[in-house]
Design a protein around this ligand. Structure first.
Ligand SMILES: [Zn+2]
Length: 85
């Protein structure tokens, strides 16, 4: 399993995390949604996602399900962050 060392937020390019489901994501990762329209950033609770969509949802699919408070549903970006340890 790959463990990027960086504590920076990494943008999901759609390649590295393509086959990763949220169940496989190490627990020190946090998810953040970024609105493609208004730029609003919001932390996404993992439990929220697993409760709603199950733990086998793939990360790129989560990005597609994001909905911003501005009403934007498309071109939202899912970012992964690593909690400092
Ligand atoms: Zn927005």
């Amino acid at each position: 399993m790959r463990h990027p060392r960086s504590i920076d937020l990494v943008q999901d390019s759609g390649t590295q995390f393509d086959t990763e489901t949220i169940a496989l994501l190490p627990e020190w990762y946090v998810l953040e949604g970024v609105c493609g329209k208004c730029g609003h950033v919001e932390l996404i609770g993992r439990r929220q996602i697993t409760r709603r969509f199950g733990e086998h949802i793939r990360l790129p699919e989560i990005a597609r399900k994001l909905r911003c408070r501005c009403g934007n549903k498309g071109n939202n970006i899912l970012r992964l962050g690593v909690l400092p340890r």
